[in-house]
Design a protein around this ligand. Structure first.
Ligand code: SF4
Ligand code: SF4
Length: 313
């Protein structure tokens, strides 16, 4: 099992004889869900691969291409001014007495300030990423996952998704939330698209958990898109389709959305994964971004898959 952490070595994976990708299927603040495809498409990538997959300085979908209104900033008198500057690994942000200066050319596109600090700016300095940005990122994850499978060979990769304790955000955050749906079980396949799609389909069939985010976002009823709706707060208030990553995976040949579900006897319940108690995730990301040289030319300006195709169930 991999993680969003930048400290995994992708060359260990490329040199492996085979790979069983064990994933916790759950909600995710950028991917809408995290399952087999995300585990490979982010967790299985090198630092550079993770960076490129996040489309960080993409000319069209990168977060530093989004609307920024420095004239609204209250300057160093604002109580949040320190956090607006401190975490930038390349010192691309300055808060002056009267406002804020963001050097977009120096920006490495690490997402940290844009997503975690400015998005909470009471003056509305930063508009946040667009729905199209999130869709494009989710398509890029499927693309990266395809690279993972190609590197090893399709017949040498298998997938197990544990669809249990499915909160609305991922495990790398230093906090958790009530599961939004009951435990669905473990899903296994040699097709990463099919295994993620099966988890999503099953999540549609069940009742949501009362007093969880599923109730807050009125997706308790079977037939509702639990992950699309409960990810809204982390998507800057937008609904981003929970189907985008599997749709992209099917479109590029990573796998198929068609599958046959074969039920087996339930396995014994295992121990829960303990909460992560170390540094905040931003600390690790800051470290990794101080080591990466960035060049926006690595991205093509347009997606190969129309956005409309990514949104459909
Ligand atoms: S939170 Fe907003 S107003 Fe305050 S320093 Fe940051 S950008 Fe400026
Ligand atoms: S914190 Fe990251 S996204 Fe924000 S300006 Fe610095 S490099 Fe760019």
């Amino acid at each position: 099992m991999y993680a969003c952490s930048p400290h995994w070595k992708a060359d260990w994976i490329a040199e492996a004889d085979a790979s069983i990708v064990v994933s916790h299927f759950k909600g995710h603040p950028m991917g809408v869900t995290g399952g087999a495809i995300k585990n490979m498409g982010i967790g299985g990538m090198s630092k550079r691969g993770k960076y490129v997959t996040h489309l960080s300085r993409h000319p069209k979908y990168g977060p530093n291409r989004v609307g920024f209104h420095p004239e609204k900033c209250k300057g160093s008198a604002c109580p949040k001014a320190v956090s607006c500057v401190e975490m930038c690994p390349v010192e691309a942000v300055q808060v002056t007495k009267t406002g804020i200066i963001w050097d977009k050319e120096a920006c490495a596109g690490c997402h940290i300030h844009c997503f975690l600090a400015w998005i909470q700016c009471p003056e509305g300095v930063y508009e946040g990423a667009t729905e199209e940005s999130f869709l494009a990122f989710n398509a890029a994850m499927a693309d990266s996952a395809w690279a993972y499978v190609k590197a090893l060979g399709k017949d040498r990769v298998g997938f197990i998704n544990f669809a249990v304790d499915m909160g609305p955000v991922c495990d790398c955050l230093p906090f958790g939330d009530q599961p939004i749906i009951p435990n669905l079980g473990a899903f296994a396949s040699k097709d990463p698209v099919a295994v993620d799609r099966a988890c999503l389909d099953m999540s549609m069939k069940v009742q949501g958990v009362v007093s969880s985010a599923a109730e807050d976002f009125r997706v308790l009823e079977p037939g509702t898109e639990k992950f699309t709706k409960t990810a809204v707060p982390t998507m800057g208030g937008m609904e981003v389709s929970q189907w985008a990553t599997v749709n992209a995976g099917a479109a590029i040949g990573l796998g198929s959305k068609e599958y046959e579900l074969v039920k087996v006897d339930p396995a014994p319940v295992g121990a829960h994964r303990p909460f992560y108690k170390g540094h905040h995730v931003a600390w690790f990301v800051k470290r990794s971004f101080t080591e990466i040289a960035t060049d926006p030319k690595v991205w093509k300006p347009d997606l190969r898959i129309p956005l409309e195709r990514l949104r459909k169930p």
